[in-house]
Design a protein around this ligand. Structure first.
Ligand SMILES: NC(=O)c1ccc[n+]([C@@H]2O[C@H](COP(=O)([O-])OP(=O)(O)OC[C@H]3O[C@@H](n4cnc5c(N)ncnc54)[C@H](OP(=O)(O)O)[C@@H]3O)[C@@H](O)[C@H]2O)c1
Length: 262
């Protein structure tokens, strides 16, 4: 039986861990040919090896997605390897522990670059290939943090506080998504965001413990349990596939209902 992404070619940034790795696995299970981009090579080749052993078609390319030349080279190589490009997942990202007003210029710029500028670079490099595909999907990974208000409650809400730079970058990413969706419409390029809440990735569970989000989901989620990388991957599978062919410029919360309590 054909998979839900049978013969689609996808690029996933930040595919060597967490949500990106889970998405790469899910996409290959559904028949996609996937290229993952990230900086840490050991982790990247380990994911490539594991998914190939499971029968998936996947290639890891070392790439800093904030580097324009590296992004252009990686997109060209992915297209040369698999012959086309139908799906772009902008997942690479990360925050900072520096809280305003202590956050430095360097941190602000680093966080803006990886969460926002990198998406501009990948979209621009991928655009001609997505147009040529005749029908394509971009999914950007935002965050529930993009819609946080400013209140004491925000600081009670999360054990891992989002920095000013992270909130600004993810909110900017959502504006960028709507803009690109408007440019993409005539080319049948759909552009959406997923907005994860607190997702218990292996990295977070190792760094902060299995129960790091217990207070968050007790206080803020409607569903009282952790979300996992696979939950985000499943939503991205839907948005990447033709099943969502009439959905664009949409922000999809994957947060156990936390946004309903904001
Ligand atoms: N986990 C959550 O609760 C949560 C909630 C909301 C939103 N998100 C978003 O979900 C996305 C994935 O996060 P995650 O939780 O899965 O974290 P993660 O495991 O730390 O994954 C982050 C990924 O981004 C890559 N990356 C970072 N900087 C990069 C750069 N300059 N060039 C290329 N790749 C880069 C990392 O690989 P290298 O370091 O090897 O480059 C890694 O693969 C992020 O955009 C994050 O903001 C996560």
């Amino acid at each position: 039986m054909a998979g839900r992404l049978q013969d689609k070619v996808a690029i996933i940034t930040g595919g060597n861990s967490g949500i990106g790795e889970a998405t790469a696995r899910r996409f290959t299970q559904e028949g996609a040919k996937v290229t993952i981009l990230a900086r840490r090579e050991e982790e990247g080749y380990a994911v490539q090896k594991a998914i190939r052993a499971e029968g998936g078609e996947i290639t890891f390319l070392p790439c800093d997605v904030t580097d324009r030349a590296a992004v252009e080279a990686a997109v060209a190589q992915a297209v040369a390897t698999y012959g086309a490009l139908h799906v772009l997942i902008n997942n690479a990202g990360g925050g900072s522990r520096e809280m305003f007003p202590a956050e430095t210029d360097e941190t602000w710029e680093r966080v803006l670059k990886v969460n926002l500028t990198a998406c501009f670079l990948t979209c621009r490099a991928a655009w001609p290939h997505l147009v040529k595909a005749g029908s394509a999907s971009i999914v950007n990974v935002s965050s529930l943090a993009s819609v946080y208000g400013v209140s004491e409650a925000v600081f009670e809400r999360s054990p891992l506080l989002p920095s000013a730079s992270y909130i600004a970058a993810k909110a900017g990413l959502e504006g960028f998504t709507r803009y690109i969706a408007s440019i993409g419409g005539p080319h049948k390029i759909r552009v959406n965001c997923v907005r994860p809440g607190q997702i218990l990735t292996r990295r977070l569970a190792t760094a902060a413990g299995e129960h790091v989000f217990a207070r968050h989901f007790e206080m803020w989620q409607l569903l009282k349990g952790p979300g996992y990388a696979e939950d985000v991957a499943n939503a991205m599978l839907f948005l990447a596939s033709d099943e969502s062919r009439f959905i664009t410029a949409e922000m999809v919360n994957i947060d156990g209902g936390a946004a309903a309590k904001l």
